[in-house]
Design a protein around this ligand. Structure first.
Ligand SMILES: Nc1ncnc2c1ncn2[C@@H]1O[C@H](COP(=O)(O)OP(=O)(O)O)[C@@H](O)[C@H]1O
Ligand SMILES: [Mg+2]
Length: 255
């Protein structure tokens, strides 16, 4: 193979996830993190982001489910200090949540781009690509979206899916900027859209509670790399806990 045709891969920085992806994730992949509420999707995204920042790469976090402040506070809880990266201009938030509460625009910090109307998807894409270009994200860096479920719920689902396709093209394919996005599984009206997105994206990480232990009333988290284009991966379920240090391997039970 021509070396120019080879897309470089990058480790996730999450130890137990790197075990499942021994050669990393190709830079031209969009990856979806799918699971029920509380299984750890947002923590996965946050830790992926902090790892990327620690590697010296710029990141954009697109918040649909919560405010940038809440995301920052969550990071602090885990001891992931993002202040330094914000100050160095390596991290920007795209706030697609606060339009609900008409915030005082004079108090919005410089590293937050407030989106007046996130339902205007064409404009939203323009804002996102503009920031990527400003941050010189090409062949490096990462975009995070939490969550696609919310994007679909506030807009016309078919248009939202077209937008996801556009983001995949603009970030992952054109700029070689990885795109990680969450999807809440189990919301009936949107389950069909999840299936459509499954074939759109390049990689899927499933999160769940161990089904056998759940019957006994225990919620033990597991993840599995279901799909990862362009990179070998182990597809078994890995058991993990969320501790003060984030995602950590748990002792395998007999199940
Ligand atoms: N700031 C936090 N403090 C304590 N536990 C947390 C915190 N953030 C997340 N967790 C733990 O991680 C779990 C998964 O959270 P989250 O990633 O938000 O789930 P999801 O996004 O899949 O709905 C929570 O149920 C909780 O146990
Ligand atoms: Mg979440």
């Amino acid at each position: 193979m021509h070396s120019e045709l080879k897309v470089s891969r990058i480790g996730t920085g999450i130890k137990i996830l790197d075990e499942a992806l021994p050669e990393g994730i190709p830079r031209n992949n969009m990856v979806m993190v799918v699971g029920e509420g509380g299984t750890g999707k947002s923590v996965f995204l946050l830790q992926l982001m902090f790892s990327r920042l620690s590697m010296g790469e710029p990141c954009i976090f697109v918040c649909f489910d919560d405010t940038p402040l809440a995301v920052e506070q969550n990071a602090i809880f885990f001891g992931w200090s993002i202040k330094e990266y914000v100050e160095r201009g390596m991290l920007k938030f795209l706030d697609c949540y606060s339009f609900r509460m008409n915030p005082d625009k004079t108090t919005i910090p410089k590293y937050v781009v407030y989106v007046e109307n996130p339902r205007e998807l064409y404009q939203l894409t323009q804002i996102l690509t503009g920031i990527m270009d400003d941050m010189e994200m090409h062949g490096r860096g990462c975009v995070f979206v939490d969550s696609l479920t919310e994007l679909i719920s506030i807009t016309e689902p078919a248009v939202a899916i077209e937008t996801v396709k556009t983001w995949r093209a603009e970030c992952a394919k054109e700029r070689l900027v990885n795109l990680f996005a969450t999807f809440h599984f189990g919301i009936k009206p949107y389950d069909d859209f999840e299936q459509i997105l499954e074939y759109v994206v390049d990689g899927i990480i499933d999160l769940r509670y161990n089904p056998i232990l759940m019957q006994q009333g225990l919620l033990v988290k597991q993840f599995r790399v279901r799909k990862m284009k362009g990179s070998p991966h182990i597809t078994k379920w890995f058991t993990f806990h969320i501790t003060r240090n984030g995602i950590e391997a748990a002792e395998e039970s007999s199940h």
